[in-house]
Write a protein of this length. Structure first.
Lengths: 821, 362
């Protein structure tokens, strides 16, 4: 034991002499852990929120029975199944308007609620009596209470008719949901003895035991889902984050790898000496691992703190994106679970061990009395390049294979990963080829040496250059995607937000008043009523949008393709435009037919067009508004748009605000709505962009540390040149040129690769993740800008080692010749 | 003689408290302190005339009520079993019965089977008004979920037989047919059963002469069984006295054909309130005086972190009864929302026989 401590002390003394190396190693560990754990913290936070929401919906964690043909079915099915021994519990759910806001009203039955659902639901056990006994309670999250502008104890009306039981604030609840007893829900929704679904508790029964008919209804078993609806909807977003987190982690490990490689290299004499002094190989191995793990723990801990800071900084953007895109509500503050800390530390330690694996293996095989290293580097390098080339080709084939045969989001990311990996592996081969070509054209000894030495440097630099290539390519890819997106999005918004003013009345009474008021105004060119309802198609929610037949829409609707007489057929009521997402999901296109269960009877619609509906996680149909109201008579008609000459917009808004006390949410002009929409979408990619920048930064650090590593070990190559009369300054310039040259080649390779990545993101990943495809565009200025950034990063990374070389004491260079190596 | 029912009632009330009906329980205790009738609920008074089949059904104007069956069974190889079936009703509020989900009744079911090596139990809850649980008189059926006690027509109003009894949990189920040749027995004083010195009481009648036949399935192992069974029907509006901590209740099937019901109500001050009925071979039910009953724990079992007396010496000198009771399974623990011990016993001494023991408040 004592011996081990002494060995450790000897090894640690190395860091005292090379504090910069220690710093590099720690920076690598910290960067890797911080970026990874930051992303994980965001994901975890989101998942916890989804679970909180899902616990209340009750549908995610437990199996369910629904009537696929109808929105609700008779509660007699509940009694029949209970009496047949099924542990089922009824739920009645609907969307309702409260104070002009749309919320979910959820009627539950707490006495039979499955324990796994009930225990996670927010009903305080002591309040159960008050909850079920008249007048009952309406449980609501404090956030929702604020949003609705109500206070606890209030009894708001839903849809301007039935009064809800007194509101009671419940902090554990998900926002946007009101919870009442099933009996209350049936009464206020006017659906006596009707239920939306049955939750199934733990039971030996399975789907196969279900009778064909239960109390006249044909019920369908919906298996419990390991994922919640929100989790599924937002999966792509989190996968995105995770992919970036992982990329950053790997880049961080490159740094760790080069730092450990250098330290090992420099400690070889010490290690040999220790072995010669009688320290067993096993003890030495153990001590080196202990040292590494200790450093990893330290770096990991600091990294976790960094990760927390990153996550806290990004959380507002992430929360805004999730809310804007999916309506998922995230609390504004981070609360992390112990697993997060443990996982972060574990990643740090395992990453450090992986990064050090090569060095550790060499240490284990270290011959006791090895001579100076054999230097047949050329043969070794040829073999290495060949291996890299073969691997790169294999990865490329894999990428193409997955692209052709894969059909999921994961496959999309796999294509990306394989493509990037293939490019990274191919990089040294390509660089070697370029440098060899350069060497062939070289005249004179020094240029020839320049090219040859650059090639010889490749193995040492290749990891860092790979990191640079990946970071740049991903930057180009994401940058191109985001730019394509904003270019398309602006045009699309112009089409979708064609009206000049948008109004959402608090209720139908107010809507009618507003319409009457509008009729008296002369400064309004047109009032365009709108209505929206939601149905289930194939088990997924689909919005139906009622659109007035007006030139505003005919001219601006962002149709991707349509039948010639599309608008006329939609106007007649038996045809619809469908969103791109719905078209892809249900494999529908112009000429297909679609059937909808409507309260007014089945509604059969011809698809006469497909339009872009970016950013909507739900599928959407656009139909004629009169047809919609015929088939869904209960649809609230509280929204409408107005065409107003630009010079009157401000006046009209001011007048309406004064007349009807409408707030900003209920009354907005087109410019404001557009700005808000753009803001949401910009924030969606703000996180991606931030991580992008981090990744590039980390790649820069990787390059710096690789060069630092090399600058020490390359002295034996440089010293002879100095000895034959080339000044240190000249040597430094040569070194700078060399590094910049390989960095330039790398960056130039990164540009086409980045465009390929962008194509993958737009044509594969986005389509799978969101259901829509953007037109692919190239932005040359952006590419040039990134090229510049890459060169500056390379220059900065090169500067320190070069300055060191330029200022190196001649004695240091002379000493090279005295060194055994 | 109604201690068992007290026990059960308390079980029920406490279970509901566990479920969340703390308000009801607190209210109940408040009324107990007053020693009067629970406001709004029907009072329990001596001299009530029992009418069948009406009194097979529910009495929703009273706060609490139960249908309670215990059976001492054995299979053809002589292996011994016990079965319990209980349906409790409690009204959350007095007044006219409200329709549908607004109905103020809450129902709770307990079912259990016991063998020498296993004790399996299950519980379930339901709200009244929608049909998940309830009691109908014609035809007679008491049910909660798939558990039911139903008439096998024609049902005799005199014997409350024949009945079919079924219940199932995840790891057991049973189906028993109950037959009886002798009439129902009124407990206490003609069905008015006093529960404390301070006047708490209930309406209480029994059918101790049931013969059960059927099958018990434990862990997929089916056993044809038969043996004596005992039904209790009781309802009341009054809660227990606040100083009563629990009780120990026995139903005994004596080999000679006599039936005995005994209980001991434990008080905080260490004192006990004893009561019981001796039902002779002629079917006559005689109340036993408090000082004529002697119940002494002989051995204790640690079960579910509690110390429960599982072996007893019972003496009723006025009837020459002096027996030692031992349980079939000392671990007959009902780990329900409000936990208690309930299981089959056998006794030897001046008389031999089998019975059921229920103990709460440990």
């Amino acid at each position: 034991m004592k011996r081990a401590v002494w060995v450790l002390a000897v090894l640690l003394s190395h860091w005292r002499r090379h504090p910069m190396q220690l710093a590099t190693l720690l920076v690598g560990l910290i960067a890797a852990t911080a970026l990874w754990s930051g992303v994980q913290a965001l994901n975890q936070q989101a998942r916890v929120s989804y679970d909180r929401a899902a616990a209340l919906f009750g549908g995610a964690r437990t199996a369910m029975l629904i009537d696929p043909a109808h929105a609700t079915f008779s509660q007699a099915a509940f009694v029949a199944l209970r009496r047949a021994g099924w542990p089922v519990s009824p739920v009645l759910e609907d969307r309702v308007q409260v104070n002009g806001r749309s919320v979910r009203l959820l009627g539950i039955e707490p006495v039979t609620m499955p324990a796994e659902t009930a225990s996670s639901s927010a009903i305080d056990r002591n309040d159960l009596h008050a909850f079920v006994a008249p007048p009952g309670r309406t449980l609501v999250a404090p956030e929702a209470l604020r949003d609705l502008g109500l206070v606890a104890g209030a009894t708001p009306r839903i849809n301007d008719s039935a009064e809800l039981p007194p509101l009671q604030s419940q902090p554990q609840l998900a926002p946007g949901v009101l919870i009442v007893d099933i009996g209350v829900a049936q009464r206020v929704l006017g659906k006596p003895e009707q239920i939306s679904r049955l939750l199934v508790g733990k039971t030996a029964h399975g789907a196969g035991d279900l009778p064909d008919k239960v109390a006249g209804a044909t019920l369908q078993w919906v298996a419990p889902d390991s994922e919640t609806d929100l989790a599924r909807l937002t999966d792509s977003f989190h996968l995105n984050l995770t992919a970036f987190g992982l990329l950053s982690f790997l880049v961080g490990l490159f740094i760790v790898n080069s730092a450990i490689g250098l330290a090992f290299e420099q400690r070889l004499p010490t290690l040999r000496t220790l072995r010669a002094c009688g320290v067993s190989a096993r003890l030495l191995n153990v001590v080196v691992v202990v040292e590494l793990v200790s450093l990893a723990l330290l770096g990991g801990l600091i990294g976790l703190i960094g990760g927390y800071v990153i996550a806290a900084a990004l959380l507002p953007d992430v929360a805004a994106s999730l809310r804007g895109l999916y309506g998922a509500q995230l609390p504004g503050t981070l609360s992390l679970q112990p697993q997060w800390w443990l996982a972060g530390i574990a990643m740090s330690v395992l990453g450090a061990l992986a990064a050090a694996a090569a060095s550790l293996v060499r240490l284990a095989r270290l011959p006791l009395l090895a001579a100076a290293q054999p230097y047949a580097w050329q043969q070794a390098q040829r073999r290495w390049l060949l291996r890299q080339g073969v691997l790169a080709a294999a990865m490329l084939i894999a990428a193409v294979g997955i692209l052709i045969f894969g059909d999921s989001l994961l496959a999309g990311f796999a294509v990306l990963a394989a493509l990037l990996l293939s490019a990274a592996l191919a990089l040294p081969v390509l660089l070697d080829g370029v440098l060899r070509l350069g060497g062939k054209g070289a005249r004179g000894a020094l240029p020839a040496w320049f090219w040859a030495d650059s090639r010889q440097q490749l193995p040492g630099l290749s990891l860092a250059l790979m990191a640079l290539l990946l970071a740049l390519a991903v930057n180009v890819g994401v940058g191109t995607m985001v730019q394509s997106f904003s270019a398309t999005f602006v045009r699309w918004l112009d089409g979708r937000l064609a009206a000049d003013i948008y109004v959402s009345a608090a209720n139908e009474t107010q809507a009618a008043e507003i319409r009457r008021w509008l009729a008296t105004r002369t400064d309004i060119s047109a009032v365009l009523p709108g209505a929206r309802t939601e149905v289930q198609i194939d088990g997924a929610p689909v919005e139906i949008m009622g659109v007035a037949d007006h030139a505003t829409y005919r001219e601006n609707w962002p149709l991707l393709r349509s039948a010639a007489d599309g608008w006329d057929r939609v106007h007649r009521g038996a045809a619809a435009f469908i969103s791109e997402q719905l078209s892809r999901r249900l494999h529908l296109d112009v000429g297909s037919r679609l059937r909808i269960d409507a309260p007014g009877g089945d509604w059969s619609l011809d698809v006469v067009g497909v339009y872009a509906d970016y950013g909507n996680p739900k599928g959407q149909l656009a139909v004629n508004i009169d047809a919609l109201l015929r088939h869904f008579p209960d649809t609230p008609q509280t929204r409408f748009g107005m065409r107003v000459a630009p010079e009157h917009i401000a006046n009209v808004i001011a007048a309406m605000r004064a007349a009807f006390h409408l707030d900003a949410r209920q009354l907005a002009d087109q410019a404001t709505v557009k700005a808000e929409s753009k803001r949401i979408f910009n924030r969606t990619f703000a996180v991606t962009a931030a991580l992008n920048t981090f990744t590039l930064g980390v790649a820069g650090i990787a390059l710096l540390t690789s060069l630092l590593t090399l600058s020490g070990s390359r002295l034996p190559q440089l010293a002879p040149l100095w000895a034959i009369g080339i000044t240190r300054e000249r040597l430094a310039v040569i070194e700078l040129l060399k590094t910049m040259a390989v960095a330039l080649v790398t960056a130039l390779l990164a540009l086409p690769l980045g465009l390929l990545v962008a194509w993958c993101l737009i044509a594969v990943v986005n389509v799978k993740a969101f259901g829509w495809r953007l037109p692919f565009q190239v932005f040359p200025m952006q590419l040039l800008e990134l090229l510049g950034v890459a060169m500056v990063a390379a220059l900065l990374a090169t500067l320190l080692p070069i300055l060191k070389l330029a200022r190196m004491q001649p004695t240091t260079l002379i000493k090279i010749f005295a060194d055994e190596r | 003689m109604n201690a068992d029912r007290h026990l059960s009632r308390r079980t029920f009330v406490a279970s509901l408290a566990g479920l969340g009906f703390a308000a009801a329980r607190a209210q109940a205790q408040g009324f107990a302190g007053l020693g009067g009738e629970a406001a709004g609920f029907a009072p329990v008074a001596p001299g009530r005339k029992f009418v069948f089949p009406d009194d097979f059904g529910a009495h929703p104007e009273f706060r609490i009520e139960w249908w309670y069956v215990t059976a001492n069974l054995h299979d053809t190889n002589g292996a011994v079993y016990g079965a319990q079936w209980t349906l409790f009703r409690q009204a959350m509020a007095p007044g006219p019965q409200r329709e549908g989900w607004a109905n103020q009744q809450v129902w709770m079911g307990h079912a259990a089977v016991t063998s020498a090596t296993a004790h399996r139990f299950s519980e379930t809850f339901a709200r009244g008004g929608v049909g998940q649980a309830g009691v109908t008189i014609a035809p007679f059926e008491a049910w909660i979920d798939a558990w039911r006690m139903s008439a096998l027509p024609p049902l005799s109003d005199e014997t409350f037989a024949p009945l079919q009894l079924t219940a199932a949990g995840t790891d057991f189920d049973y189906a028993l047919r109950l037959d009886a040749k002798r009439p129902l027995v009124l407990q206490g004083d003609h069905g008015y059963s006093r529960k404390s010195e301070r006047g708490q009481a209930s309406y209480y009648y029994s059918q101790p002469y049931f013969t059960a036949t059927g099958t018990i399935v434990i862990d997929g192992q089916s056993n044809a069984v038969s043996g004596p069974a005992w039904l209790d029907r009781e309802w009341s509006s009054q809660p227990l006295a606040a100083d009563q901590t629990g009780w120990d209740w026995f139903s005994l099937h004596l080999d000679g054909g006599d039936k005995v019901m005994l209980f001991r109500l434990r008080q905080k001050d260490g004192g006990h309130y004893f009561a019981g009925n001796w039902i002779g071979g002629d079917g006559r039910s005689v109340p036993l005086l408090s000082d004529s009953i002697d119940m002494t724990p002989l051995a204790f079992t640690d079960v579910a972190h509690r110390r429960v007396p599982t072996q007893w010496r019972i003496a009723v000198p006025s009837h020459g009864l002096a027996v030692d009771c031992a349980p079939l399974n000392v671990r007959s623990w009902m780990g329900t929302s409000f936990p208690y011990w309930e299981g089959p016993i056998a006794f030897h001494g001046s008389h031999n026989g089998v019975g059921y023991l229920e103990m709460t408040g440990y």
